[in-house]
Design a protein around this ligand. Structure first.
Ligand code: GDP
Ligand code: MG
Length: 440
């Protein structure tokens, strides 16, 4: 094939929608990436199906190759799922706010209690920790230690009273919190190595006793696929309103995040990434998405390609604007672009001095655009380049040729001259382009 033919074929495939072949090829890569990140198989399947659906409807991008474009869609979708409905902690209208922690043993609940306490303290709260894990001998001491490190009060059953009743402890703790004016209470609970009935019942009893504003399901990111069954069991057994992912400092790619989110529909509120109390942050969907995808380099490339493309487009436009060389062809292109962008009015309203343009664009509906397009197509290339050539008799010819009135042709030509003038002024004001401009 000659170079020109190859190029032509390439532009052919680059028009319209993304091809099924492009989508399938990239979807296979994504599938592997997700499985490697330990996302549960069922979740991977539904996710990929959704991505394919969305990619099929997508217009081919001029800035990205098809593979990059699919990856971009996947990333957006991931960020959306992980961050959808992300919210802050629910605080009670009448303090104390009660936050209950639930999860398997070793998930990081007790450590999290200390982290949360420190974090809340920094936000101006006066938290209190409550030791409701009376299952393991040293669990209470462990909570007291992290409480001390965080500099907060820990409520625990008096030593020497034998194994207390966690429900009773929880109840007394809330009363004490009210009395001592703690506005947030963090209730640490017991966990087992595996999901078990008795544990669930105890957690549910504590829940009923303290009526928490939040039940946070704490899950170790390293457990990967098992996150699905565990999350499901806790959702059925206790119910929770939010998720905390722990041990993200390990080498897990974080597939658990996607699985838990997809299976339970509950938002991920926080992320733990170390044993120290400071190793803790609110959850960042974008970081997690790129970690799960494991395609950080590709994502960076995509960003750069898009930026370079936008830059090139902007430079081209600025050049034309500042030299007053805007043609009718450009004019049409701009309006088509504007239509694609949807409710442009708001956007333009934010630009200084763009009020007039906003009014003009507001009049442009689809029917109108089709008409404009017909009129412009009815002109000779020379006329499109330089509308000054369009005299009275030409206007009549164009009107007849495109099935509109002479007045409509006049309208368009006048609007064009107006727009060109306005854009040149705006170009001057924003300082881009040549002449006296101070461009960056
Ligand atoms: P619990 O049984 O749910 O209360 O879990 P713990 O809070 O006792 O934590 C179990 C172990 O995991 C402890 O050794 C913690 O130091 C450790 N741990 C907790 N959170 C993290 C974390 O985010 N990163 C790492 N590397 N270790 C953690
Ligand atoms: Mg514990």
């Amino acid at each position: 094939l000659s170079d020109r033919l190859t190029a032509a074929l390439q532009t052919l495939t680059r028009k319209g929608r993304l091809s099924d072949a492009d989508i399938d090829a990239t979807a296979r890569e994504i599938r592997i990436a997700l499985l490697e990140a330990d996302v549960a198989l069922g979740v991977v399947k539904t996710f990929i199906a959704r991505i394919k659906e969305r990619a099929k409807g997508a217009e081919v991008s001029q800035a990205l190759n098809p593979a990059q474009q699919v990856v971009k869609i996947v990333n957006e979708e991931l960020v959306g799922i992980l961050g959808g409905e992300t919210r802050r902690l629910n605080l009670a209208k009448t303090p104390p706010t009660v936050i209950m922690l639930a999860g398997l043993q070793g998930a990081g609940k007790t450590t999290l209690a200390g982290k949360l306490a420190l974090w809340l303290k920094k936000q101006g709260h006066a938290p209190m920790l409550v030791a409701c894990d009376l299952q393991r001998p040293n669990a209470v001491t462990q909570l007291q230690v992290v409480g001390e490190r965080a500099g907060v009060v820990t409520f625990a059953p008096e030593p020497g009273n034998g194994v207390g009743d966690p429900v009773d402890v929880a109840r007394r703790a809330i009363a004490e919190a009210k009395h001592a004016q703690h506005d947030v209470v963090v209730v640490d609970t017991a966990g087992r190595l595996g999901v078990d009935e008795e544990l669930m019942k105890q957690a549910a009893d504590i829940r009923d006793a303290v009526e928490p504003d939040e039940v946070l399901f704490v899950v170790d990111a390293m457990i990967g696929q098992d996150a699905v069954t565990t999350a499901q069991a806790f959702q059925d057994g206790v119910g929770f309103s939010g998720v905390v992912l722990t041990k993200l400092d390990g080498d897990a790619r974080g597939g658990a995040a996607l699985s838990v989110r997809e299976i339970t529909g509950q938002p991920i509120l926080f992320a733990s990434n170390g044993e120290k109390l400071e190793d803790f942050d609110t959850f960042h969907p974008d970081r997690m998405a790129s970690r799960i995808l494991g395609m950080g380099d590709v994502l960076t490339l995509i960003e750069q390609a898009e930026q370079a493309f936008d830059q090139k487009q902007a430079e081209k436009a600025a050049e034309k604007l500042s030299s007053g060389q805007l043609t009718l062809e450009d004019f049409l292109e701009q309006m088509l672009a504007v239509r694609k962008m949807g409710p442009i009015g708001n956007l333009l309203g934010m630009l200084p001095g763009a009020g007039q343009m906003k009014d003009q664009l507001a009049q442009v509906d689809d029917k109108h655009l089709d008409k404009l397009q017909a009129i412009i197509r009815g002109m000779t290339p020379a006329e499109r380049e330089d509308p000054k050539l369009i005299n009275g008799s030409r206007r009549l010819r164009i009107a007849n040729g495109s099935g509109v009135t002479v007045r409509e042709v006049n309208d368009l030509v006048n609007r064009f001259f107006e727009a060109r003038k306005m854009m040149a002024q705006m170009a001057g004001r924003f300082g881009f382009g040549g002449g006296g401009g101070g461009s960056k």
